[in-house]
Design a protein. Structure first.
Length: 241
């Protein structure tokens, strides 16, 4: 099932129900991606399968201004508990040139930023090239979304790239080809279409009076304000007049 088929089917149904609907195909595609990610996550938690697993064999290793080595996540990753969206990180056997296949099978262990200091307090957990770790950092730098995995234990080793496997999700900003296959099981496509249609119909049912278009269409009325002079107590002379 392609993005084009699903998006245009949803748009057609919305126009059939509301002839004044004005949803662009980009809006529909964004909703499709959001609900598809929700259904993918639910399916993953229910089945724990590798249906949504993506592998990348040559992810470049960079070094920041503080000599910390890191990689940029090649795709958007499912936000599973304990960094469960990252299945493994290992050395790329073809480029490491360090210790052959055995060295290439070393897996990086996941940790958190707050736990890094504790690792160096025990000789058995201290990060090294044979006992490496990674931790994830997500922030905005210079108005650019950044998702980095910092690598611990590579300070004395030259590593050009690594291999990584992740549970991927859909990035709405990366949908460029409408004829690409929607990465969702066919059995869940109808659930996706129903969810997006319900959202679109809910938006169309919201009364216009409750929306704010930013324009001030009200007119000041003197009736809205209290007239102090009219409310002041009158003297006997004024009352007789």
């Amino acid at each position: 099932m392609t993005y084009r088929y699903v998006a245009y089917d949803i748009q057609k149904n919305l126009y059939a129900s509301y002839d004044d609907a004005d949803f662009t195909i980009n809006q529909v595609l964004y909703w499709v991606a959001v609900f598809a990610n929700k259904l993918r996550l639910q399916h993953q938690l229910a089945t724990n399968s590798d249906l949504f697993t993506s592998t990348f064999s040559s992810v470049k290793v960079y070094e920041d201004s503080k000599s910390r080595k890191y990689i940029d996540l090649p795709v958007q990753v499912m936000d599973l508990p304990n960094n469960g969206g990252i299945i493994y990180i290992t050395y790329n056997e073809e480029t490491c040139g360090c210790a052959g296949p055995a060295f290439a099978q070393v897996w990086f262990q996941g940790t958190s930023v707050g736990s890094v200091q504790n690792l160096y307090m025990d000789e058995y957990t201290t990060p090294s090239s044979k006992n490496p770790y990674f931790y994830r950092v997500g922030h905005r730098a210079d108005s650019v979304d950044v998702n980095r995995l910092y690598l611990l234990g590579l300070e004395c080793v030259k590593v050009e790239d690594v291999e990584i496997a992740v549970k991927s999700s859909i990035d709405p900003r990366q949908i460029c080809d409408l004829d690409a296959e929607l990465p969702l099981p066919d059995a869940l496509v109808q659930d996706l279409i129903t969810a997006v249609l319900q959202l679109g119909k809910f938006i169309m049912m919201v009364p216009e009076e409750t929306t704010n278009d930013g324009a001030d269409t009200t007119e000041p009325s003197t009736a809205m304000y209290a007239n102090r002079a009219a409310n002041l107590p009158q003297s006997n002379q004024q009352q007789q007049q």
